[in-house]
Design a binder for this molecule. Structure first.
Ligand SMILES: Cc1ncc(COP(=O)(O)O)c(C=O)c1O
Length: 421
């Protein structure tokens, strides 16, 4: 017989915040997948391990601790080491941006920057304007703030100032967006900047992929366009995010935010309660990597390898899954975004069965908090070699077949009504 008094007096246990019930399983599945033997992982935006400059960075790290023990091993200033803030500012000045150290906040890479932006700009229910789909990690970072999202409609030619009006901020990834790989054109960049100025809305430019261009020349960033004719960034509507993750080593967790001094002060206040200060050793390593030209030294190898892999993945897609998916070849970045021709396919099931068949792909859904994007998948080409990319696409084709998807079954409309309405 059950003793009711025991049950009734049992403590209720921890009560977790409601937003935790809404997290997406995508990131944790990616991390868990790394340990499955033989799995071809096309899901995460991971660097090829051969490109990490281990020898150079280990020498830099050892010397940095000896030369700057207090910077590396003691507490540091919340907004970042003065030398790194100045070195980052210098690199932007070389590109025509009138940045000073006071315009730079050092972060634990892009992820902390996104988190801090959510903290300083949003209270529950506020609107964030962005392209849908956009980076799932940004939506994850802002989920505790409970925002609502408004699709900007850049590619559909919407009135951008009207779409930005009243939003806490606008979020854009102009260079080779994650997940779509789309490169925002110069004309679109100018329209975005003009709309930010008209609407008075801060425009966050998230730029982890700017250096990863495989065709043609890089376009000016929104920050560079906004800097034209300006002596300082005091009235700049752009908040620019960058990091070492995609051009040097994501494990260093070094990134930066460039913005007006007032915004940097607010971010620093939010950061104080978040981490007190950034990792000093990683910051000292970043200063050295920038001052010695290590980043530029690594760049040509990264570009050559990723360009070849981008080409190999797109060729393998055409060979194996061209009857099931359509895509645009990205001019840079790490991802190819595929829209399923048959919109009745259950993408979650495709991902699960694909994983059982030995290939991990990313589902489109975590990139779309409004549920307006047709069934889609995201494929990363940076981590696996060309043979694996081909084998991965062959496995995915087998998975489509096993699910009974008809090749060439085109139920995808010419334009998605929900994106144009
Ligand atoms: C668009 C975008 N922003 C930010 C990040 C965060 O990366 P990190 O925290 O390594 O800088 C990523 C990572 O893939 C990304 O794709």
């Amino acid at each position: 017989m059950t003793d009711r008094s025991l049950i009734d007096s049992r403590p209720a246990g921890p009560r977790f915040a409601p937003w935790l019930a809404k997290t997406n399983p995508f990131t944790s599945r990616n991390i868990a997948a790394a340990s499955i033997p033989g799995l071809i992982n096309l899901s995460g935006g991971m660097p090829d391990p051969s490109l990490l400059p281990a020898k150079a960075l280990s020498a830099i790290a050892a010397q940095a601790i000896l030369d700057y023990p207090d910077d590396c091993l003691g507490y540091g200033p919340t907004p970042g080491l003065a030398d790194l803030r100045e070195t980052v500012a210098q690199r932007f000045r070389a590109r025509g941006v009138p940045a000073k150290a006071e315009n730079v906040l050092i972060t634990a890479s892009g992820t902390q920057a996104l988190d801090l932006l959510g903290k300083i700009f949003t209270t529950s229910g506020d609107t964030i304007a962005c392209e849908i789909p956009s980076y799932a990690g940004a939506f994850d970072a802002w989920r505790p703030r409970n925002p609502t999202y408004r699709h900007l409609g850049l590619r559909e030619g919407r009135d951008l100032a009207a779409r930005m009006a009243g939003a806490a901020f606008t979020y854009m990834i102009p260079n080779f967006s994650n997940p779509t790989g789309y490169l925002v054109t110069l004309e679109e960049r100018q329209k975005l900047l003009a709309a930010a100025r008209v609407s008075g809305t801060p425009l966050v430019e998230d730029d982890p992929y700017g250096a990863l261009f495989y065709d043609g020349e890089p376009l000016p960033t929104l920050l560079e366009l906004a800097s034209k004719g300006q002596e300082n960034l005091d009235d700049c509507p752009i908040i620019h995010l960058g990091s070492l993750s995609k051009q040097l080593a994501p494990g260093m967790r070094v990134g930066w935010i460039i913005a007006a001094p007032e915004t940097i002060r607010m971010l620093s206040t939010a950061k104080q309660a978040s981490d007190m200060c950034s990792n000093g050793l990683a910051q000292r390593m970043a200063v050295k990597a920038m001052q010695t030209g290590l980043i530029e030294e690594c760049h040509p190898r990264i570009i050559a390898l990723y360009r070849a892999r981008r080409n190999a993945l797109c060729a393998a897609m055409a060979r194996h899954i061209g009857d099931y998916v359509r895509w645009e070849v990205p001019a840079g970045g790490m991802f190819v975004w595929g829209t399923l021709l048959d919109t009745t396919v259950d993408v979650e099931r495709l991902v699960d069965l694909g994983m059982q068949a030995g290939v991990l792909i990313g589902p489109g859904e975590p990139f779309d908090p409004l549920g307006i994007v047709p069934p889609s998948i995201r494929l990363s080409f940076t981590y696996c070699d060309e043979a694996k990319l081909d084998q991965g696409m062959a496995r995915l084709a087998q998975t489509f077949k096993a699910m009974g998807v008809q090749p060439g079954a085109r139920t995808y409309p010419a334009t998605s009504p929900s994106l144009t309405s």
